[in-house]
Ligand binder design. Structure first.
Ligand SMILES: NC(=O)c1ccc[n+]([C@@H]2O[C@H](COP(=O)([O-])OP(=O)(O)OC[C@H]3O[C@@H](n4cnc5c(N)ncnc54)[C@H](OP(=O)(O)O)[C@@H]3O)[C@@H](O)[C@H]2O)c1
Length: 351
């Protein structure tokens, strides 16, 4: 027997298995409990166009769902898209109580709770809301702001350097940290880099197994922010491993500095179905995104090394005085091999 809180914890963990494959949909997990509190079905949304979490769990439970409780991380959908409305499927299966963590913020799919209540189903919302929101932060941020959730990831020494005085930078962090980055890439829909990094380092920007070099089947869109289209024809980002978009001013227009308009870039990515994007730098582009208030999260891999001189991990980010420093809240600190990985969130700039 499990409590509804325990069931929600499990549903949140299940939902996370869909990270990286559900966009433009959210990640969702669901547990079905019998009237005695036994788990009779569980499921998660694995990919866009595939069955929703509730439908997977109902199929597993079969007739055992009747009279039971559904514990769902996101309000069951109320609309017919590529699949039918989950609220109706729960009613048809004889579910008597639905426990929800987060209400659906979209106008298209919301209303599931009302449909359930009208059919006489007891509905409770807000159970483990903060945990479930954190698990779905990319999708929730994206649909609320109409642009992808943006994580700036960088690697640096303890004194904040991303390259030595002679320009060498491979490698600042350990193989363990670099493997972790490939895991992170696997959870996003797009990887963004500036043309400066593409010219300097010629990165491939793919999700790979660093031991044998094999590429993952699903690859995020590679985006090179390149005002005048100077990405070399032979650049590895142009290979056939993954789709690539060279984002120029000709296509997106120019921002105030005459370079690619970053807001237009993110709006365009959202329209292409991108909900989670990873900004891999370099320091100029990262500074521009930060100055524009378009970064939601920072993940830093900090190596226990000192370089003294050399390139800074971040250049102009629109901060001229200490009072204007961009403030972060650290939400996770983990040692990865010899390195430290911190995760921190930013508050959006007021318009
Ligand atoms: N340690 C790390 O985590 C890390 C990560 C990445 C890179 N790096 C290092 O960073 C170095 C490259 O630095 P970088 O600053 O030249 O590269 P960058 O930030 O990747 O690229 C900067 C370029 O992006 C283009 N751009 C287009 N639109 C822009 C906009 N709105 N705002 C700002 N830039 C825009 C500009 O070129 P156009 O004007 O021609 O468009 C600009 O010069 C390399 O040495 C690399 O090793 C380090």
């Amino acid at each position: 027997m499990v409590t509804e809180h325990e069931a929600m914890g499990r549903a949140i963990a299940l939902a996370a298995r869909g990270l990286g494959t559900t966009s433009p949909n959210p990640v969702v997990g669901c547990l079905l409990l019998s009237p005695e509190g036994e788990v009779v079905g569980e499921g998660f949304h694995a990919y866009a166009g595939g069955p929703h979490a509730e439908i997977v769990a109902l199929a597993q439970a079969g007739r055992l769902a009747k009279g039971g409780t559904a514990v769902v991380t996101l309000e069951p959908c109320n609309h017919t898209g590529r699949t039918g409305p989950c609220s109706q499927a729960l009613i048809d299966a004889g579910i008597e109580r639905v426990v929800i963590a987060v209400d659906d913020p979209t106008t298209v799919a919301a209303g599931g709770s009302d449909t359930l209540r009208r059919a006489g189903v007891e509905v409770e919302t807000g159970v483990l809301r903060a945990e479930a929101e954190a698990g779905n932060i990319a999708w929730l941020t994206a649909v609320r702001r109409g642009r992808p959730h943006l994580t700036w990831k960088f690697a640096a020494t303890l004194d904040g350097r991303s390259a030595a005085a002679d320009g060498t930078s491979q490698w600042i962090t350990s193989p363990a940290a670099r493997t972790d980055v490939h895991g992170l890439r696997g959870t996003v829909d797009a990887i963004i880099a500036g043309v400066g990094t593409v010219v300097a380092d010629d990165p491939q920007l793919t999700v790979r197994n660093l031991r044998d070099g094999t590429c993952a089947i699903r690859q995020p869109l590679r985006v090179v922010v390149d005002s005048s289209g100077r990405t070399p024809e032979t650049a590895r980002v142009r290979d056939a491993t993954a789709p690539t978009w060279i984002a120029t001013t000709a296509e997106l227009g120019a921002g105030p500095d005459g370079r690619t308009d970053l807001s237009a870039l993110l709006t365009s990515l959202y329209a292409r179905g991108v909900r989670a994007a990873l900004l891999e730098g370099g320091p100029t582009l990262a500074g521009a995104f930060l100055a524009a208030g378009l970064v939601d999260r920072v993940i830093g891999y900090i190596a226990p090394k000192l370089l003294g001189s050399g390139k800074s991990a971040l250049v102009d980010a629109g901060v001229g005085t200490i009072a204007d420093a961009i403030e972060l809240e650290i939400t996770d600190l983990t040692q990865i091999g010899p390195d430290l990985r911190f995760t921190a969130s930013l508050r959006p700039k007021e318009a």
